[in-house]
Design a protein. Structure first.
Length: 478
């Protein structure tokens, strides 16, 4: 009875900590000090592989190696499967014995149970045959039951800690999405942050492009083999990568019913995603989907702010900003940049004759002609009223004049619905650096050339005559 009392005291020590390894070490210390065993191991069951692996050990008996003991095999595996203590008084004549320790003669394996589940085995060995008497077996079994509670507490505690860290991470991610409008930055941060709070070794985020194809946008960690992401991928599934012992979870990014992409999380080796982990990762995916959607709206609003409402081409604000960039680029890397200022001829007549609405149609049709005849890199803008401006990056005056004339001819030969006479344009052309080295001087030079085109009869292209900036400098009162 006294031994039982001592044992209860010992159990209190086991229950005094929540850290798993401390619990295990306490258990081993008590086994050594109270039961005077020479060798003892605690094996924990890896549920995914059904293998018992040594987590803590003391003494001279050789514990099973890295590979562990399969559930149901050896004396340890048999105890786990049978869910009761297995005592082998002489292992040399026990066919179940698979141990490698030459010094072991008797072995007692006691399953560690939490509720109805085996979580591990307490493996006690002695170099003497039939070392464990009935009382010792009973006491050790009692102690193993107490230790199991300690193990369960440690497990619960680590789950709670994991959950708390995840909730904190979700909160931090959610906060960040409200201040971070740059999507790339947000995705990169997320890929770094997730592995710190989730059992995730690698995160990849795929977003759908305009064609609906999944494009890898951000990634952290090392890829294990090739991840095949295709349209056939089922939503929100978890599977184990064969041979790698890693789980993978694919979470769809959905916002307002729109499928925006995928978040693929690859687990760490040997760890499984708990239902709580997946729930938490789903929350992250939802936040991410909303952030992606927000970033798209912001992008769209930004785009709209650069566009002209009537024609859809860029507006004057964008023209000025873009020309500034192109002049800076040309100044640094060469290649030049040209500007066309285009004004519709006698447009007032069109309005007067056919009405303002039809005039608007003509403006739209003319800007479409420009877009059709220009390169993708050229920037077509409505400068104001019936005046357009075009930036031709990396283009010198001579070629710019040829482009201008192509546009002029295209407009003059076009048929405009309900307009019975030809619509024509006059164009002034200027280039950097020949006609000016600042943005404003280049625009002024093109404007002056446009004025010249009007003066000399309209429906024509005029090149800026010289350096507009120096012309003004030479005649400051002009
Ligand atoms: P030119 O340039 O050849 O000297 O003659 P013009 O008749 O085109 O020149 P003016 O500057 O006198 O008239 C421009 C006209 O363009 C006047 C204005 O009503 C018209 N206009 C400006 N913006 C718009 C618009 O958005 N829609 C329509 N329908 N007309 C516009
Ligand atoms: Mg005009
Ligand atoms: Mg005008």
């Amino acid at each position: 009875m006294q031994r039982v009392a001592i044992l209860y005291d010992a159990s209190q020590a086991v229950l005094s900590t929540f850290a798993l390894d401390e619990v295990l070490n306490q258990v081993l210390e008590i086994v050594r000090d109270y039961f005077h065993l020479q060798s003892c191991s605690i094996l924990l069951l890896d549920e995914s592989t059904q293998v018992l692996r040594v987590r803590a050990h003391f003494g001279d008996g050789v514990p099973p190696g890295e590979d562990g003991v399969p559930f149901g095999q050896g004396i340890v595996g048999t105890a786990a499967k049978a869910r009761r203590p297995i005592y082998s008084p002489d292992v040399t004549s026990d066919p179940r014995y698979t141990g490698k320790s030459k010094g072991t003669r008797s072995q007692l394996a006691i399953p560690l149970m939490v509720r109805d589940e085996v979580v591990g085995v307490l493996d006690c060995q002695s170099s003497r045959p039939d070392y464990f008497d009935d009382e010792t077996v009973d006491l050790l079994t009692l102690f193993a039951a107490q230790s199991s509670i300690g193990l369960q507490n440690a497990k619960l505690y680590s789950m709670l800690q994991r959950r708390a860290a995840q909730l904190e991470a979700i909160n931090a991610i959610a906060k960040r999405t409200t201040v971070e409008l740059d999507l790339k930055e947000l995705l990169d941060r997320l890929c770094v942050q997730l592995p710190t709070s989730f059992p995730v070794g690698q995160v990849s985020i795929y977003l759908r492009d305009e064609e609906g194809d999944l494009i890898l946008r951000s990634e952290k960690g090392t890829l294990v083999g090739g991840l095949k992401v295709g349209d056939a991928l089922p939503d929100g599934y978890v599977h184990t990568q064969p041979g790698e012992g890693r789980e993978e979870v694919c979470l769809p990014l959905v916002s307002f019913g729109e499928d925006l992409g995928l978040m693929v999380c690859v687990g760490t080796p040997g760890e499984t995603f708990l239902p709580n982990d997946i729930q938490a990762l789903e929350s992250v995916a939802d936040i991410l989907a909303t952030a992606t959607q927000n970033a798209r709206y912001v992008d769209r609003v930004r785009q709209l702010a650069l566009r002209d409402g009537l024609t859809g081409v860029f507006n004057r604000r964008h023209f000025e900003q873009k020309l500034m960039e192109e002049v800076t680029r040309a100044a640094r890397y060469g290649g030049g940049v040209s500007v066309l200022m285009i004004d519709l001829d006698r447009f007032k007549n069109i309005n007067d004759e056919f009405g303002h609405m039809l005039g608007d149609d003509v403006l739209r049709a003319v800007s479409n002609i420009f877009l059709r005849h220009l390169r993708k890199v050229d920037v077509v803008c409505r400068y104001g009223g019936e005046e357009f401006a075009v930036i031709l990056p990396a283009t010198q005056g001579g070629s710019a004049a040829a482009v201008a004339d192509k546009l002029r001819r295209a407009v003059a030969s076009a048929q405009f619905a309900c307009v019975s006479f030809p619509v024509t344009v006059s164009i002034g052309v200027s280039e950097f650096p020949a006609n000016g080295i600042t943005r404003d001087d280049i625009v002024r030079a093109a404007d002056a050339a446009l004025y010249q085109a009007k003066e000399s009869g309209r429906n024509r292209v005029c090149l800026a005559s010289s350096n507009y900036g120096s012309e003004r400098a030479a005649a400051p009162n002009a």
